[in-house]
Design a binder for this molecule. Structure first.
Ligand code: 6LW
Length: 500
């Protein structure tokens, strides 16, 4: 039976995907930048239904991202399997550099990681030849005679166990001349070695190109059809497609996963969820891949998540910023307790716990008790760009402020409620009926009410500003509770949404 391809494959903030198939099992990993736990691992046995089974980086020491500026941190990983062991190789920019993690079970625990000292580049790939020689192929620069640094795909041999680089970087390929040749992956098919790369930059010009050689070290010859996949200069619903990784689908055909975006608005200009993971199918013609365009085919069922904070450990989909969830939260008798430690959402270390917004249509709600502090519910893109609903206790009751914080600009809406626990909610609704470019592309509606009462709107904000095209960050939206002062207690988080 032909494998169905649902797109988005892994919705929400899930860029730079890499995939490995071991027997019937697929394991897929995406990049995570400043968030911990980092490097989520998704699993499927049919390529159609996917579930997060763990995270590579569950301990802060594995990454060293406490001080990384935005948008650095955990960049594009590669996941592979060799001799019974799973490998993830990744560069942690501003952190530990290029690191190799290993695990026998991809759900974890993963190792502390071995640093590849001296590797100067991003997007590392790991491949082995028949003799067991390991190659790290990555995106770096070569110095031209005129002093110009040319971005290129380079390669070194490594000793994986010790992290030692065994030879001088060699230039493999610079692509077809589009900007930023990056995201290389090296594969052997029969006697031929293929080098898959991204080109054109991760924005609208993004593309996938391929070259082949008789040896993993080259010389590589590019395909005449390059770039063989791109949505550039089209009005397809999925844009920015690039950063591919190949895998054999259950039906035996070749699949390719890529990152892409789903822009909203009349001119398809704003992507609230950032870069998500999509998939498509390839055919091989004369030894070169021919790709089907990436088509929108969302899973029909809703995505829901509820947390009553009664489990012993937090759900693996919760994330904190530059610290682990355990460092910023406590769970006590069905309540999530966030105690502020001096920073707001505008700082690098907010007291915040969030989950990916994984559907374009979504609602999220949580019960908030601010009798001992100030806090609320936020949609975070990064420290300079977030929409919040915040509550604080005053002599009269509870004061609410909705805030759109965007690159130093700020707008606020205020409301008052009687004292006592309140339910905060946010509804995210793409506006598919816009008639002009100025119409809101997405309505973000914050509401609040005392527990048990009907919700009243505090603010309605256009979601366009909290999107990948506006925010200079590589992440996506992350939604959840936060505290900026004292201790705030939260109960009953719920998320409901659909991509259909
Ligand atoms: C990543 C690079 C890219 O390392 O963006 O889209 C960078 N591609 O390959 C950050 O995700």
């Amino acid at each position: 039976m032909r494998t169905a391809i649902f797109n988005p494959l892994i919705p929400g903030f899930n860029p730079d995907p890499s995939i490995v198939r071991v027997g019937e099992d697929y394991f897929l990993i995406t990049s995570s930048f400043e968030y911990l736990p980092g490097l989520p691992i998704y699993h499927s046995t049919d390529f159609e239904t996917w579930e997060q089974i763990g995270n590579v980086a569950t301990r802060a020491d594995q990454l060293g991202i406490y001080n990384v500026p935005t948008p650095l941190g955990v960049f594009a990983p590669t996941i592979r399997h060799h001799d019974g062991l799973f490998y993830v190789i990744v560069t942690i920019l501003g952190g530990r550099g290029c690191v190799i993690f290993t695990a026998t079970d991809p759900a974890g625990d993963w190792s502390d990681g071995t640093v590849l000292e001296g590797l100067d580049g991003i997007d590392p790939d790991l491949a082995w030849d028949e003799n067991g020689t390991a190659y790290v192929t990555y995106s770096g620069t070569v110095l031209e005679e005129n002093g110009h640094k040319r971005p290129s795909v380079l390669q070194v041999k490594v000793d994986v166990a010790s992290g030692t680089i065994l030879d001088e970087p060699r230039l493999l390929w610079s692509g077809t001349g589009l900007k930023y040749p990056e995201a290389p992956h090296l594969y052997q098919r029969g006697d031929t070695w293929y080098l898959l790369i991204a080109e054109g930059g991760t924005e609208r010009g993004h593309a996938v190109s391929i070259a082949r050689a008789n040896s993993p070290e080259g010389p590589f010859e590019g395909a005449p059809s390059n770039p063989f996949l791109s949505a550039r200069s089209t009005d397809r619903p999925i844009q920015n497609t690039g950063h591919g990784d190949l895998v054999e689908l259950p039906d035996g055909s070749t699949g390719m996963i890529v990152l892409g975006m789903r822009p909203l608005g009349l001119a398809k200009s704003f992507s609230p969820l950032g870069r998500e993971t999509f998939a498509t199918r390839l055919e091989w013609v004369d030894g070169w891949p021919v790709a089907e365009p990436v088509t929108l085919n969302p899973r029909p069922e809703p995505i829901t998540f509820k947390d009553t904070f009664t489990a012993e450990t937090l759900d693996m989909g919760w994330m904190a910023v530059r610290r682990t969830p355990g460092e910023v939260t406590a769970v006590e008798n069905g309540a999530l307790v966030l105690t502020a430690d001096g920073e707001t959402l505008d700082g690098l270390h907010p007291t915040f716990l969030g989950r990916r917004q994984s559907t374009l249509k979504a609602s999220a709600s949580i019960e908030v008790d601010v009798s001992r502090g100030t806090g609320g519910l936020t949609i975070r893109y990064d420290e300079n760009n977030h929409y919040d609903l915040e509550a604080t206790t005053t002599d009269q009751g509870v004061h609410l402020v909705a805030r759109a914080r965007l690159a130093g600009l700020q707008q606020e809406w205020h409301a008052e409620l009687p004292a006592g626990p309140i339910i905060m909610s946010v509804v995210l609704a793409p506006n598919r009926d816009g008639f002009s470019l100025g119409d809101p592309v997405e309505r973000v509606t914050f509401s609040a009410a005392p527990a048990g009462d009907a919700a009243a709107t505090v603010a309605e904000i256009d979601g366009r500003y909290l999107s990948a095209e506006v925010v200079p960050s590589f992440t996506g939206r992350v939604i959840g509770p936060y505290s900026t002062e004292g201790t705030v207690t939260f109960r009953d988080f719920a998320y409901n949404g659909t991509n259909a």
